[in-house]
Design a protein around this ligand. Sequence first.
Ligand code: FDA
Length: 388
Amino acid sequence: TEAPDLVIVGAGLFGLTIAQQAVEKLGVRVHIIDVRDHIGGNAYSYIDPATGAEIHKYGAHLFHTSNERVWEYVNRFTDFTDYVHRVYATHDGEVYPLPINLGTINQFFHAHYTPAEAKALVEEQAGELAGTDPTNLNDQGISLIGRPLYEAFIKNYTAKQWQTDASELPASIIKRLPVRFNYDNRYFKDTWEGLPEDGYTAWFEKMIDDPRITVSLGTDFFDESQPLNKKALLEAGVPVVYTGPVDRYFDYQLGELKWRTVDFKEVRYDEDDHFGCPVMNFSDADVPYTRAIEFKNFRPDRADEQSHDSTVVWEEYSRFADRDDEPYYPINTDEDKALYAEYKRLAAEEPQVVFGGRLGTYAYYDMDKVINQALIAFDKQVAPLLER
Ligand code: FDA
């Protein structure tokens, strides 16, 4: 077989979008490698045979965007359900709607405040630390929404996410805590949202459904026993799009970028519906996990294909990641930012390699942002390499 015109490291949304564009716009031959045994990167999902639920293997993925170009692009490969994301929180034996809205506030204070009254109350409570400059997350949270709501819904949840007491976390972790003074509890504010009708994996397969795109799974870019490895490709002068961790590419020579990870604990219940919603947050310290995902409830439209006497729930436990853990959320301290800036400089000096995606640029991006970046990177960085 002939050598490919382009090798893409990583079959996540960044890599898949680049592959699709390369074939459609330039008609080149693309080979994608991924160290995992499936495509789709972190957005991959599979059907749980026992319940028929579509499980998002690397954490719940909801598609939402206000970017028209991206919305049109993704609709070429899949239809979307009319799912609208809503989240609830259990606090002190009661269930509240999130994000904090007038329903949350009136339930919490056993009141019937109007929007203006609730706003005045929250402003008054947020004034507790007026005139001081919040240095830790605790003071920041109180200054943003007042102590009662902060302590009920934010403090312990955030401490569990970071495995660190809120008084020891930097204020910068939370810049805003939006409170809605009406009963709107629609989670996302985007123009479009939904879940891919036939599941995430069918969407991703459709993107690369072309004989000029080939895929090798279980293939590590750094494994020199397989032919499409870093050393061999650089020597052969093959253009590469790399979406793995940028520090790993440079063998961690400047140090390691830090991430948080999430451990998932699967729990099965012999009942049709355990929570009555897809996402239940647990705001209190006595429950060790941050939230639980009941996957069946993302797809009420699949009632006929899902079990009605069993359901599967994943509890999420958050912690700092080691090198062997799945990196999920960049920690992004000032030290991390400075280190990434140095790696970025090194990356810019690699003439035939384009770095992209969340791992390649050390950032948290939603799926629509990653697709948008890949569309732009293809035109600006990848196409010029292929046209040389
Ligand atoms: P992604 O990580 O998906 O793909 C990179 C690929 O590179 C991986 O498949 C990896 O195996 C491969 N790779 C790495 N090193 C390699 C090597 N050495 N050799 C070969 N392959 C290698 N977004 C959203 O819009 N809505 C949502 O609800 C969520 N929810 C969500 C929850 C959680 C817990 C996280 C962490 C993230 C989200 N996201 C999200 C974000 C979403 O996951 C993200 O936008 C995409 O996964 C990014 O796609 P990438 O291609 O950049 O990376």
